[in-house]
Ligand binder design. Structure first.
Ligand SMILES: Cc1ncc(COP(=O)(O)O)c(C=O)c1O
Length: 389
């Protein structure tokens, strides 16, 4: 079988295996003391007050929407360029999706457009900005508009953990400090910046939301004596909400703790690789990488380029043993959305044009310079043959 270079993969070593083995040999496998430690590690990393570790990024987004009180009759706004899980989280609450077009250079929501829609539509209760590939959205602008309209902001930072960005006063923010949002959601899927196999988390500075999230992660059950309505027996628990089992296991948390320690090194390598790609493509007319912030300390999850010959390039790279991906098929063009919400191709032209040109090249911390050079040479070869170079 041909040995393909993947577009993303985890970096897991002996230390992760050792720490997971310790948990597997202990008495506690499901959510327990390691999850508590992992949550403390996430708070340190993000600068947040509360972290709630859950089973998947999808669960994080769904429970965050539930904690925000999103339900039937409400609407939520997100980007058409995201994984379906972002918008599905709102749908699973019974709410109706609203999209706004994207910015052609950052691939994030066009914030002017998103704010215009939020101000016009009083049924929008939640906005989910998505930090595509690790690039932060314009959070300050959005926060001002949402505060005025009593709209909850849930950041989909599934791509962005470990990054920092600078606000308009010059202050640096860690992704997940929730300085301009109510909650931030992460995914720890293997290709993400840090992994627990499958896993996710919500971070928030709001203690009330945190308490709701903890209960929603555990079937809507509470044991908090200040909240109990009826019994006082030592075994007593009460279900106050309808929810599911969204817990992470302790052995996954042990893996995540090692990954948090490694994240600075993993981030540095991701940044180096992105810089090398950007430099290599600077003179290539047919290739435009995602726009970087002026002072960039993002933890880049994806190396997304726009290219005129996207499908041809995808096939050319595959022939050379290099796998790439397309992030993402616009959500509003998915059959389910078209059938249930009447969205149509043509609704968000910037997003659709982006989709026709987007390709994510291999980017992961263990990608060697030699393998990256092979990708760069193959991209250049394709474009030079097309007369772009
Ligand atoms: C932007 C975005 N949102 C949500 C998710 C869902 O995360 P998970 O796969 O951990 O459920 C992902 C990852 O797959 C993602 O990339």
């Amino acid at each position: 079988m041909k040995d393909y270079l993947p577009y993303g993969r985890q970096s897991i070593g002996e230390e992760e295996a050792r720490r997971m083995r310790d948990v597997l040999e202990s008495d506690w496998l499901t959510q327990g003391p390691k999850v508590v430690e992992f949550e403390a590690g996430l708070n340190d990393l993000c600068g947040s007050r509360n972290a709630i570790a859950v089973s998947h990024g999808t669960t994080a987004l769904y429970l965050a929407c539930r904690a925000a009180g999103l339900g039937p009759g409400d609407r939520f706004l997100t980007s058409p360029i995201t994984f379906v899980a972002t918008a599905n989280a709102g749908l699973l609450c019974g709410a109706e999706p609203v999209f706004a077009d994207i910015d052609a250079k950052t691939f994030n929501l066009d914030m002017d457009e998103a704010i215009r829609v939020v101000k016009q539509d009083s049924r929008i209760k939640v906005v989910l900005p998505v930090h595509m590939g690790g690039r932060m959205c314009g959070m300050e602008q959005l926060a001002t508009a949402c505060r005025e309209n009593e709209v909850t902001i849930i950041e989909d930072a599934c791509h962005a953990i470990g990054g920092r960005w600078r606000d308009s006063t010059g202050a640096w923010h860690n992704v997940g400090d929730c300085a301009f949002s109510d909650m931030t959601c992460f995914s720890f899927h293997p290709v993400k910046n840090l992994t627990t196999g499958e896993g996710g988390a919500v971070v928030t500075n709001d203690d009330e939301l945190a308490s709701r999230l903890r209960s929603l992660r555990n079937h809507g059950i509470t044991r908090d004596p200040t909240r109990l309505k009826e019994g006082r027996e030592p075994w007593h628990y009460e279900m106050h909400d309808l929810s599911l089992n969204g817990r992470l296991t302790d052995f996954q948390a042990a893996l995540g703790l090692v990954q948090i320690d490694k994240l600075p090194r993993l981030k540095k390598r991701r940044q180096e690789l992105v810089r090398r790609y950007d430099e290599a493509f600077a003179d290539l007319d047919g290739v435009t990488p995602q726009a970087r912030p002026v002072e960039d300390d993002s933890c880049w999850h994806l190396m997304i380029i726009r290219t005129r010959g996207r499908t041809g390039l995808y096939e050319h790279l595959l022939e050379k043993g290099i796998r790439t991906q397309v992030h993402y098929i616009p959500v509003h063009t998915q059959p389910y959305y078209k059938e249930h919400f009447g969205t149509r191709r043509g609704d968000y032209p910037v997003a659709e044009k982006y989709y026709a040109q987007a390709l994510s090249l291999p980017l992961f911390p263990d990608l060697s310079d030699a393998d990256q050079d092979r990708v760069i040479a193959a991209v250049r070869e394709f474009h030079q043959a097309a007369g772009d170079g």
